[in-house]
Design a protein around this ligand. Structure first.
Ligand code: PGA
Length: 255
């Protein structure tokens, strides 16, 4: 079987001035070039306003850019929205869909996310589809059911031929920005479950090829243990992506 290439994505969320974004991208580019050498895929996900600048700074490196969100609509009178096609026209390669902060604070339902997935694919973008349960779901032992529903309703309408454009990120909401990481065994258990869902819905091969990232308080100190789990193919990094040394240490942990 083909080995899945690890992916580390740094989600800057609503952080960084343009100047800080420049600094961070330049530092990361300088630090990872030699050591990683194409063995780990790296995506930096700055705010929309910094995408063009960061993209320009990263040219000539293996590091790519992604966006944090896109609209479920094509174009038109949707003030404040950014379409998938606009991202594509900026040469941004990927987009996050369904981050828990979008679900929680901006009312994005599985049905809206299903539309976003379609728009992103139509624009030729790769997408990182996020899923994950709230603490109350885990406490009431509904975490598997919640994640299954998120994938069934938000993602699994796409054709198998498009799965090469998809990465799944499992991010338990109780672990995001809290300093409380899922243990490696909790994460591995859910990743194996997600892989099984992909196999059951599509095929054995689709499941084996699907990259599944873990996100939620990943730091240089816990990255190695998480990434060494069989079904964890890298990470979606929030807080620790805002500091170049910590982020590149996480990248190295995926080697
Ligand atoms: P965190 O965020 O690493 O700060 O927990 C992860 C994410 O939200 O993608």
């Amino acid at each position: 079987m083909m080995k899945r290439k690890p992916l580390i994505a740094g989600n800057w969320k609503m952080n960084t001035s343009l100047e800080k974004a420049r600094e961070l991208a330049t530092e990361i580019k300088g630090m990872v070039l030699d050591e990683v050498n194409g063995n780990v895929e790296i995506i930096l996900i700055p705010p929309f306003t910094h995408l063009s600048t960061v993209n320009g700074l990263l040219s000539g490196s293996n590091i790519k850019t992604g966006a944090q969100n896109c609209s479920q609509f094509y174009d038109g009178a949707y003030t404040g929205e950014i379409s998938a096609a606009m991202l594509q026209s900026l040469k941004v390669g990927s987009v996050l869909v369904g981050h828990s902060e979008r679900r929680q604070y901006f009312g994005e339902t599985n049905q809206i996310l299903a539309e976003k997935v379609k728009r992103a694919l139509e624009a030729g973008l790769t997408l990182i589809f996020c899923c994950g349960e709230m603490l109350s779901d885990r406490e009431s032992e509904k975490h598997f059911e919640v994640v299954k529903t998120q994938l069934d309703e938000g993602l699994f309408h796409i054709a198998e031929a498009n799965l090469g454009k998809i990465v799944i990120a499992y991010e338990p909401v109780w672990a995001i920005g809290t300093g409380r990481t899922a243990s490696a065994s909790q994460a591995q258990e859910m990743h194996a479950f997600i892989r099984r869902l992909v196999i059951d819905h599509y095929s054995e091969r689709a499941g084996k090829e699907m990259r599944i990232l873990y996100g939620g308080s990943v730091k240089s100190g816990n990255a190695k243990e998480l990434f060494s789990c069989e079904d964890i193919d890298g990470g979606l990094i929030g807080g620790a992506a805002l500091e170049s040394r910590g982020f590149t240490d996480i990248v190295k942990a995926a080697l």
